[in-house]
Design a protein around this ligand. Structure first.
Ligand code: AMP
Ligand code: GLY
Length: 426
């Protein structure tokens, strides 16, 4: 088969790496890819948001299966465009992708189908939203309805902060039309957990849990980032956790989407918060998580191509989806200054050495070639994943590996997985 992966980050490198292990693959393409993917796939220099060019490429090249990484092309309807041309693609339709594209849409589905989520009010008028905030007080959460590159959620600790957020989103339109509506939501407290699942529209199979680390500095300090590391499994699960997720979240969601005539096919990501009153869905994403994928997919035993096809063909229940018991942990190495301003073009040392280690995987995110050398080209540069018999072993192995890689001003968190260790009494 000829397989194409859309995207150019660490999640997509992991997808390419996993797909490359399938015996069914004859040639592999990444669009646009990066310096890491270039080792195992043909990188295609097309912008993923140029859907016409992407569809043309897949048609001309005779691609048998396309797997989509990021949300933007899904929200723009890449799956519908491929299907019009009878091209096989793994991901939700444009309508189904609204689960991530519109927080209001997701909230309405959750409310109608009794999927546990924070209480909220929806506003399309800024003054009304501000009045409501003054009425209920802080802390309170303000969310832009649409896609805002991960920046559309403001946890306001004062009503003034909340009002400022409403002004910025709805009046100054800092996220454009994504801010036409806002959700004002109760502020929950608890630990977060990411659950991903495969769905064929009717059946849904959960992947092992994971935990992301969104803040730049140790102990969850500093500004939010695209994710500085992740590990799997997450430690906070009681025995009936998976059953609860299936019964309270995934199964009602898949039924709700089907009953609306927009069956959900692809990977669904539920961002959950475990509060003292039980689990709550904070958000749905319509794709693999980044960097959760770098910690979850190395644990997949089976063939991702078979699973993707099972979803597309509606026979996921006939496909084996098995996992290794080993733990996995991914530490992200980022450019100095990220998530603010940072420099690029720094030579990366140690890649060859680390490449020789067993059960250590180096997933490239912001990397490129310059004069035949691999250099940094983005904020998040590498995701280094280690497997271990448990989190403790995985942590040791991953940090031993990270210490081999160097580039100027590199920064990474030293405490990825530490919380899990504490929980397990380690
Ligand atoms: P979201 O994009 O909806 O996942 O929100 C981004 C981040 O904001 C989440 O990962 C949480 O850390 C936080 N968050 C979102 N909703 C709430 C809420 N209702 N209460 C507290 N924190 C929240
Ligand atoms: N790790 C968060 C996300 O992928 O949205």
């Amino acid at each position: 088969m000829k397989i194409l992966v859309i995207g150019g980050g660490g999640r997509e490198h992991t997808l390419v790496w996993k797909i490359a292990q399938s015996k069914r693959v004859k040639s592999l393409y990444a669009l646009p890819g990066n310096a890491g993917m270039a080792k195992i796939a043909n990188c295609v220099d097309i912008n993923p948001s140029n859907l016409s060019k992407v569809v043309d490429f897949a048609g001309k090249e005779g691609i048998d299966l396309t797997v989509v990484g990021p949300e933007a092309p899904l929200a723009e309807g890449i799956v519908d465009r491929f299907k019009e041309k009878k091209l096989n693609i793994f991901g939700p339709s444009r309508e189904a992708a609204r689960l991530e594209e519109s927080k209001v849409f997701a909230k309405k589905i959750m409310q109608e189908h009794h999927i546990p989520t924070a209480q909220c009010e929806i506003f399309s008028d800024a003054e009304e939203a501000k009045r409501y905030v003054r009425e209920v007080g802080a802390p309170i959460v303000v969310k832009a309805d649409g896609l805002a590159a991960g920046k559309g959620v403001i946890i306001a600790s004062t009503t003034h902060e909340a009002e400022e957020a409403i002004r910025a989103i709805m009046e100054d339109k800092i996220f454009g039309h994504a801010g036409d509506k806002v959700i004002i939501e109760e502020c929950l407290r608890g630990e977060e957990i990411s659950m991903l699942a495969f769905s064929d529209g009717e059946n849904i199979v959960a992947m092992p849990s994971a935990q992301d680390h969104k803040r730049i500095f140790d102990e969850d300090k500093g500004p939010n980032t695209g994710g500085m590391g992740a590990y799997s499994p997450a430690p906070l699960q009681k025995e009936d956790f998976l059953r609860k997720i299936m019964e309270e979240v995934f199964i009602p969601l898949i039924r709700a989407m089907k009953s609306r005539g927009i069956p959900y096919v692809g990977v669904i990501y539920a961002g959950l918060m475990m509060t003292e009153h039980g689990l709550n869905v904070l958000e749905f994403n319509v794709r693999f998580g980044d960097p959760e994928t770098q910690a979850v997919l190395p644990r997949l035993k089976g063939d991702l191509v078979d699973i993707a096809e099972g979803c597309i063909n509606g026979n996921l229940k006939d496909v084996e989806v098995d996992w290794y018991n080993d733990a996995a942990i991914c530490v992200v190495m980022a450019s100095g200054g990220y998530p603010g301003k940072y420099e690029i073009g720094k030579k990366i040392y140690g890649l060859e050495e680390i490449g020789k280690l067993k059960d250590i995987y180096v997933f490239h995110a912001g990397t490129a070639f310059l004069n035949n050398e691999v250099v940094t080209s983005g904020g998040r540069v590498l995701g280094i994943t280690a497997m271990g018999k448990d989190i403790e072993e995985a942590i040791k192995r991953v940090y031993d590996a990270v210490s081999l890689v160097k580039f100027e001003s590199a920064q990474y968190r030293k405490d990825i997985g530490a919380r899990a260790l504490k929980r397990s009494g380690g």
